[in-house]
Design a protein around this ligand. Sequence first.
Ligand SMILES: *Cc1c(COP(=O)(O)O)cnc(C)c1O
Length: 390
Amino acid sequence: MAQPTTSVPLLDINRDNRPHREEFIEAITAVLDSGRFLFGPDVVELENEIAQYSQAENAVGCASGSDALLLALMALNIGPGDEVIVPSFTFFASVSCIVRLGATPVFVDICPDTFNVDPECIANAITPQTKAIIPVHLFGQCAQIDRICQIAAENDIPVIEDAAQAIGAAYHSRPAGSWGLVGCFSFYPTKNLGGMGDGGMMTSNDAAIADRLRLLAGHGMRPRYYHQAVGINSRLDTFQAAVLRIKFRHLNDAVKSRAKIAERYMRMLKDAGLVGPDQIVLPTVDENAFHVWNQFSIRVIGGRRDALKAHLSENGVGSEIYYPVPMHQQECFRDIKHDRNALVETERASLEILNLPIFPSMTSSEQEIVVDTIRNYYAAGAKAGEKAAA
Ligand SMILES: *Cc1c(COP(=O)(O)O)cnc(C)c1O
């Protein structure tokens, strides 16, 4: 096997950050000198900026996207005996928040084209015990949130948007995080607005809920040392907020770069003759969605996904599987009842999906390497096939 001469990482956070290094150092130094490591002015400013950006009246910082989801369910008093509808094809944190509170996740399937939760599956899963619906805006594209909110409203059930991967995304021009009762964002370093550590935020157009979220994120304490509720300690610290405010100023440019890379992938993969029902299926953009491309997710048909991933890896090209094991198949959720026949698209997606490198500073020559490496895989396969047929 020839040694890889070039390599393309799945993402390169250092390269994305490098142009803003001086700005980061200045902001971090200012926080250091202020001594206000918690509750500093940058936290309030970032909350205001995210609220405005997401067209939400209120935003409350917290320690992570996972905590944002947990706090949203806590604010709704969700607990044992309650059901929460959630897609199985998501990251663990969309589901762990439900189980942690003693409630029951009800897993629903996805639409095969967008990988996002299927609204009709949500409608069919509603019972008198349903206390919340958590649609996930996966990979940077909104689920059909208008239809989901309509179904929820007809049944008087609150919607908690898991917008961890989708800051800046929109549906019918209305931003992710402004549709549901609460929008949950993550500032994990690989997210579109990524910090230098953990961080999260909750948005809401309901002032009473926002107030409740803030209370619960601060030990349920109000006033000082008087505890109204059994809250948790979940804060966004000032260093993170200061760094995130700088990244926020560059967020729209970063999204534009991601969109350009995604368009180029589509064209290059098509031009290379790799797109088709027995090779690669490109990601679908919902015509009503503004996609922010946190991931570029292809399907590899014919049971060849893992072999293609290995081939990319051998040739120095990063790729990842989001997600290889759906939540209904996780060891820790084995006791949760589910109807496997109703999760067919979820299981198929977990076997076919492959996420290719995408990050704002990725170059077109890096993309060429990715596509050439994929092309080589299929060309070698075709030769092996010819040999086998001979
Ligand atoms: C990243 C992510 C989370 C959790 O966010 P953290 O900040 O890492 O806790 C939740 N849901 C989804 C879909 C995510 O991608």
